[in-house]
Write a protein that binds this ligand. Sequence first.
Ligand code: PBG
Length: 322
Amino acid sequence: MRRLRRSEAIRSLVRETRLHPGALIYPLFLCPGEGVRKAIGSMPGVFNLSVDEAVKEAEQCAELGLGGLLLFGLPAEKDEQATGAWADGGIVQTALRELKKNRRLDSLVMISDVCVCEYTSHGHCGVVKRDGDHFEVENDPSIALLAKTAASHARAGADIVAPSDMLDGRVAAIREALDEGGFEQTPILSYASKFSSAFYGPFREAADSAPQFGDRKSYQMDGANLREAMREIELDLAEGADMLLMKPAMPYLDVLHEARQRFEVPMGAYQVSGEYSMLHAAFERGWLEPERTMMESLLSIRRAGADFIVTYFAKDAARVLG
Ligand code: PBG
């Protein structure tokens, strides 16, 4: 076996899996204001950006050849109905209009995350009914809000909408709302296989979306369940999902691989905040080599079956790939 490992030239020739900047998506956290660039403590190099700063960041991403951006919003105000998520003047909608009118950004696919947890006062991904200590995230009233949110993102210029809530029937509701609004051509990238994961911890600081009570286990999947993930994917495809997003990535490579074997649709994986933060923590201590570890982590996700990767390393990896 060692004959084909003798030089970088030979290794490059026989390499089975490759990374490409165009298959990397960079998440942006949009916030109100102007000139705002607020560092997120647990995610070195990641910021909350006002729209003007986000445009500059996006220009950098386009120059690096990234495939696209995934947009999250931190609204000025939160309420029980997540008004900031679906209002046409909302933060993501405002950013989308600015980003889409900038011709230097044409090479980037603008993907909007569709969820309400950043916009609800309680931080859950839907409408909540409370009864003493018990609470319920009500399915159908919530998916109505998600559908409205997706349609308003499409109106503002989103190229793809990406529901991340994990409520039942949201893909069908979003498809219907998009079609009714004249957006038959807007694809849905469904976070079909999304587990209830401790690895989202740093994101909840970045997006200010930690639930104020309870947890997300009644809607996000139990990490023990691979078969259930396949059923989630089947249902989302039947409801009209065009592409799939698997999440988290590194702790669930087996799920990604299994999905790749079974389904022919384009499939991405989200290397989530905690995956990024834990690697950075080790880089800071000098325990892991940053560049090699970062590239190996991305390669593992690609090898397991992801066509594209949403990652906070997107810009750094694109620089390495040249
Ligand atoms: C919104 C959403 C979350 C993430 C993406 N979309 C948070 C959550 O479900 O709690 C996590 C992304 C990350 O950790 O990088 N529902």
